[in-house]
Design a binder for this molecule. Structure first.
Ligand code: ATP
Length: 429
């Protein structure tokens, strides 16, 4: 039989990572002769969810088991979660789901999409598990069953990427990571764009090593398992690697985004909205750039926050009347209007900026002066007069052109699709 296993909510800000728990489960099951089918999946859930610790990820795997092996497999999974989860932290509420099925039913797929794009309750997850005959194990509050069930239901058919994650040995957890920087640069030069987001070109920062106290030494993202494996072989780790795993994932796919009209937008959504810029962007304290767009249903603020660095320079050059498509997560702050935290922006059309230029004198060629509002022009040198209509409107050059612009890797959401992944035939601007 095929058994789907979902795991979520095992970590805290102080340590652990659900991907590590997943890797430990996979290794322990393989060590007991269990056949793990396909790649284990790392599913990123709604990035706007307030319960997330960091990247809102959950893990799912599919194993082939006999009736005899079933109790042992469940025991290994539950024992691994009990052993590794940060259960002593208030906000860690693990969930494990077991689901026996050859195929993922449409209802479960729909639930998974909702967990990536919206908010659901523990009760919603419990009710669906009951209906499907899936077994949901709650540790403490058991909020993790939401992500665990959602990960099982996300079959990554529309798009997917891969991430190879290498883990540190326990004695190094919480200490500075030691990886040879030059080897990462060389790896990037050899494998980009089949691997991506290895470096941040704006700061030359290495992006594969996290800065949290979790067990991850590095994670390499790429288009296929071969590319991430090759990249892993090129990196010189200056500390021991306890284990590594390749996950199939919805990272870098834009699965969190939904097209919406302004009036439909809800907090906790991530949206793609087309509209017209209402006013010139303004820079506020902290270096954040804010502007408003409108469509035929309403107006909403858009923000390019300080960490998006040079992306703000593009945004700053927008003008009232420009047509844009804004992509990003919706933020709700008490007392403030809903704001789209920009991940990308497409410039669809630029409003011409026109400036009135005084006519030149038809007799002597000198630039004429205005005689006052609505009074026409005169030449100071030869006193020739010209009517108001003699002035010309000239188009000023715009410093930006149509296209799609994205935040740099350091400010990128796990789910955001880097432009390097967008094929020319898919571009829509
Ligand atoms: P890490 O990325 O390091 O694994 P995390 O950021 O994934 O940590 P969790 O500790 O897993 O955070 O906490 C997120 C919690 O929120 C989980 O219990 C998960 O089930 C729940 N959750 C995730 N998405 C949603 C959603 N869309 N609606 C309601 N609850 C959600």
């Amino acid at each position: 039989m095929i058994l789907h296993v979902g795991i979520d909510d095992t970590d805290s800000r102080a340590g652990m990572c659900t991907t590590y728990v997943g890797a430990a489960v996979v290794d322990r099951l393989k060590g007991r002769g269990i056949n793990v089918l396909d790649f284990p999946r790392l599913i990123r859930l709604n990035p706007q969810c307030k319960f997330k610790t960091r990247g809102n990820c959950a893990i799912a795997l599919k194993v082939e088991v006999s009736d005899d092996q079933l109790p042992m497999v469940k025991r290994v999974v539950l024992d691994t979660v009990s052993e590794l989860a940060e259960l002593h932290h208030d906000t860690t509420n693990p969930g494990v789901v077991f689901y026996q099925a050859d195929k993922v039913p449409p209802k479960l797929r729909a639930f998974s999409k909702k967990v990536v794009q919206d908010i659901v309750t523990i009760e919603d997850a419990e009710a669906l598990a009951r209906e499907l005959g899936a077994e949901a194990h709650k540790f403490k509050l058991g909020r993790g069953i939401i992500g665990a069930l959602a990960a099982i239901g996300n079959t990554l058919e529309r798009d997917r990427t891969f991430e190879l994650v290498a883990y540190r040995t326990r004695e190094n957890w919480g200490t500075p990571r030691r990886v040879d920087v030059a080897s990462v640069e060389e790896m990037n030069a050899k494998t980009f764009p089949n691997t991506f987001d290895n470096l941040d070109p704006t700061t030359d920062e290495i992006r594969i090593t996290p800065h949290t106290p979790c067990p991850v030494l590095y994670g390499i993202r790429g288009e296929n398992p071969e590319a991430v494996a090759e990249a892993h072989g090129l990196i010189k780790a200056l500390e021991p690697i306890e284990r590594w795993i390749i996950y199939k994932t919805n990272q870098g796919t834009d699965e969190h985004l939904r097209r919406a009209k302004v009036a439909e937008i809800k907090p906790f959504w991530s949206v793609i909205v087309e509209g017209v810029v209402c006013e010139r962007p303004r820079v506020i304290a902290g270096g954040h750039v804010i502007f408003r767009i409108r469509d035929d249903t309403g107006e909403i603020d858009c923000a390019a926050y300080e960490p998006t660095r040079q992306f703000r320079e593009v945004v700053k050059k927008l003008q009232a009347g420009d047509g844009v498509r804004a992509y990003g997560g919706v933020k709700e702050k008490p007392g403030l209007p809903l704001t789209i935290n920009l991940e990308k922006i497409s410039i669809l059309g630029l409003m011409p900026i026109l400036r009135k230029v005084n006519p030149t004198c038809p007799r002597c060629g000198k630039r004429m002066k205005s005689e006052g509002r609505g009074k026409g022009y005169s030449c100071k040198r030869c006193k020739t007069k010209a009517p108001v209509e003699a002035a010309k409107l000239v188009k000023l050059p715009r410093e930006i052109g149509p296209g799609t612009f994205e935040v740099p890797p350091r400010a990128r959401r796990h789910l955001a699709r880097p432009l390097i992944r967008v094929k020319p035939e898919e571009r829509e601007y």
